[in-house]
Ligand binder design. Structure first.
Ligand code: AHN
Ligand code: ZN
Length: 333
């Protein structure tokens, strides 16, 4: 075999190889993975959310160990099942700062249970046993009706659940209603007296090894002219998510509600979810800048009733959180 023949052979082999490569390239589809189908963000119905708040308030104060508390829980469980969720009732007992043993139930409503790719949406559903911030001292022993403080977060999440049923997505979504958030000791260092339900859940996850990419807590999201400022703990655990959610809300025209002002840390369910369950969780909470208590004037008073609830506020929060969920599903967040 002479050199020219060897040269020809090498050339032929090289040609075959390169054409093979070309062929392979040409036959490969442009996207190897299955393209995601985009699901359009549904419209959040403010009237529907308002009705869900009204329903809870109609039971009366949902104070632990009361028949109203039990009645509201049963309605919520039935409601979430009717909205297509797989529901777990996590019953537990917890001792309050008063020494009272409280019967609690965390309600865990799951969508797309088998998808390991999940997010957590949560709110507390109990109402406070005392109106200890009421200007009238005679009211201090009366329970709070909790239209905003309790009712609003649940109402908004129920309306999101209704949309998840009507406009399904692939993303796993867990809507958790925590109990016994508001039985805490005011003006004390007894931080652990608050949020007994989320503390219990974080230590006893409804599924071993439960994980979520992140969590969003809603607390007091129904009052007129609410100011959702950027709370310190939320900003320290998930600043990127926080900015994305705020930017989304502002971009949809809710810039009067979503403010970039930073405010001090709040002892709320997200603290324990972050600390114990280690799920980065932000708090959307009405925390006006420059407020004396840190909250609104009806906070832990007798005026936290339905007249405290404004549909536009419910919509601002609901539409923003729903956009977050659907964009997360679409890979667009
Ligand atoms: C404290 O006042 C320590 N935390 C407020 C958490 C809360 C109560 N959210 C609603 N009600
Ligand atoms: Zn409260």
């Amino acid at each position: 075999m002479n050199y020219s023949r060897i040269y020809l052979l090498v050339l032929m082999v090289a040609l075959v190889f390169s054409s093979c490569k070309e062929d392979k390239k040409a036959s490969t589809p442009p996207v190897a993975t299955k393209p995601k189908t985009e699901v359009k963000i549904p419209k959040f119905e403010r009237d529907s959310a308002f009705n869900y708040v009204q329903k809870q308030v109609d039971f009366g104060p949902r104070v632990p160990n009361s028949p109203e508390h039990v009645a509201c829980k049963n309605w919520m469980v039935d409601q979430m099942k009717a909205l297509g969720a797989e529901v777990i009732e996590q019953d537990f007992k917890a001792t309050a700062y008063t020494g009272d043993v409280l019967n609690g139930t965390n309600i865990i409503a799951q969508y797309n249970v088998d998808n390991p790719n999940r997010i957590l949406l949560c709110a507390h559903w109990d109402s406070r046993h005392i109106s200890d911030h009421d200007p009238n001292e005679a009211n201090h022993t009366k329970p709070v009706l909790g239209a905003d403080d309790g009712g609003s977060g649940v109402g908004v999440l129920m309306e999101i659940a209704r949309n998840l049923q009507n406009t399904p997505i692939d993303l796993g979504v867990d809507i958790v209603f925590f109990d016994l958030e508001d039985y805490g000791e005011s003006q004390s260092d007894n931080i652990n007296s608050w949020c007994l339900g989320s503390q219990h859940w974080a230590k006893n996850l409804h599924k071993p090894g439960y994980k979520a990419k992140y969590g969003i807590l809603l607390d007091m999201v129904g009052a007129r002219n609410a100011q959702f400022t950027m709370e310190e703990i939320s900003m320290s655990v998930a600043p990127t998510l926080m900015r994305k959610v705020w930017k989304l809300g502002q971009g949809m025209g809710y810039n009067a509600y979503f403010l970039n002002d930073k405010t001090k840390a709040v002892i709320d369910d997200h603290l324990f979810i972050n600390r114990i369950a280690r799920i980065p969780t932000i708090d959307i909470i009405n925390k006006p800048k420059g407020s004396e208590t840190g909250f609104t004037k009806c906070w832990h008073t007798q005026c936290d009733d339905m007249s405290n609830i404004h549909k536009n506020t419910l919509r601002a929060v609901g539409q923003t959180v729903m956009a977050t969920v659907y964009k997360e599903n679409n890979g667009q967040l």
